[in-house]
Design a protein. Structure first.
Length: 385
């Protein structure tokens, strides 16, 4: 029996992986190919849980004869080495001839893998070209490894598509469709779990926020995230994107004012003097910059909602309105006149709730002799019909 192994991070698995696995199966007459996601390194920095990477590999293999996902490396604690994997497999399945499949980009470092001479006795290699890969160089590398280690590295006459997990992660983060890049069930899984919206998992975000915000502000943040996520479907907004915007909307709130000013002036040169002057307003643009640069958020709708959550704007997208209102009405808010009306409107029409919240703020400001920010006024002029 001949089995191929396509190892990788698979963060996430994509059509290129499937294409090269199926092409290698056909070209080499393999009975099966295992997609084998690597385990987590000891000091894990990646946001994606290894079980998510495995589940996506399983979904990708479903309905493709001969293709399966192997949890061998995911199950092992700590760093996983190919030499350990192949040694285990050789003992458990002595009848199988193993071929390790890889992109030709991986040939450069192949013989630096731990205990490579031993690996070379346990399997053969099949390399598939990849856009951007120098094929002559790959041929030279393959020849050098073959003669040095008496192994078999075949270069298959196959090239994978111009696709990488990095590109898929970037597309998700930017809110672009990924349906042409990964199998349908994998795209649904990514959307369903909100993967790749940010550099960090929710647990990692919460850990960071706990260190950055007061307890009161942290609790408020959770209230806003829960409210935004719950109301999102009524507003035609993706609930997990809304949750992320809610989680990060106040991320700059505890920053010293001077630092906040410096950060905003450097990144948003069009900021107006009034915004720069007021901490209660300035944390919104500062939060947007932090969400982008510290948390790696690339989704323009999320960044805009964070940017506009304090004073609003003459143009508010459904996501902008949702975060603005959720901030106002989250369950932890101390009761004040008008709050219940805003809450009731939010269940029915996010834009009416948004106008109600702005009117309440304007009234409160006027009662204190303060003036209404021009962008809040622009919001009322545009939406208070
Ligand atoms: P990342 O962008 O995160 O590095 P990736 O797309 O390279 O992800 P990996 O999980 O790192 O995916 O790759 C697993 C294996 O699949 C590697 O041997 C890699 O060279 C190969 N591979 C991935 N994409 C392609 C492709 N489009 N064409 C050919 N080989 C590919
Ligand atoms: Mg790679």
């Amino acid at each position: 029996m001949k089995i191929g192994i396509l190892g990788g991070t698979f963060d996430p698995v994509h059509n290129g992986h499937i294409e090269i696995a199926m092409a290698a199966m056909a070209a080499l007459g393999l009975d099966q190919v295992a997609l084998m996601p690597s385990g987590d390194p000891p000091h894990k920095t990646r946001a994606t849980d290894k079980l998510d990477r495995l589940r996506m590999a399983e979904l990708a293999a479903e309905g493709r004869p001969g293709l399966y996902a192997s949890d061998l490396e995911i199950r092992r604690q700590g760093r996983t080495y190919t030499v350990d994997t192949l040694s285990t497999l050789a003992v458990e399945h002595p009848e199988v001839e193993w071929t390790y499949i890889l992109g030709a980009d991986a040939l450069n470092k192949l013989d630096t893998w731990k205990e490579f001479p031993r690996i070379a006795r346990l399997c053969a290699f099949a390399a598939v070209s990849r856009p951007g890969c120098d094929e002559d160089l790959a041929r030279l590398r393959a020849g050098a490894i073959n003669s040095c280690y008496h192994t078999r590295v075949d270069l298959l006459p196959v090239s994978g598509p111009a696709l990488s997990s990095t590109a898929v992660r970037r597309r998700v983060a930017e809110g672009l469709p990924i349906d042409d890049c990964v199998p349908g069930p994998v795209a649904d899984y990514i959307r369903g779990k909100g993967l790749y919206l940010c550099k960090y998992s929710e647990a990692q975000i919460l850990d960071r926020l706990k260190g950055m915000l007061t307890w009161h502000r942290f609790t408020h943040t959770l209230g806003v995230a829960d409210t935004a996520q719950r109301l999102a479907p009524n507003c035609g907004v993706d609930p997990l994107r809304a949750r992320l915007a809610g989680l990060l909307h106040d991320c700059a709130k505890s920053m010293p004012l001077d630092e906040m000013r410096e950060l905003v002036v450097k990144n948003l040169p069009d900021i107006d003097a009034e915004e720069l002057d007021t901490r209660a307003i300035l944390h919104a643009p500062a939060g947007m910059v932090m969400a982008r640069d510290v948390f790696g958020v690339r989704d323009a709708a999320i960044l805009s909602a964070i940017r506009k959550h304090t004073v609003g704007d003459g143009q508010m997208s459904p996501m902008d309105a949702l975060i603005y209102v959720s901030d106002f009405i989250e369950p932890g808010r101390e009761p004040f006149p008008g709050l219940e009306k805003a809450r009731m409107l939010a269940e029915k029409d996010i834009y009416r709730a948004m106008v109600c919240c702005t009117q309440l703020t304007a009234k409160h400001l006027k009662s204190q002799g303060k003036h209404v920010h021009p962008r809040s006024q622009a919001l009322l002029d545009h939406y208070d019909k």
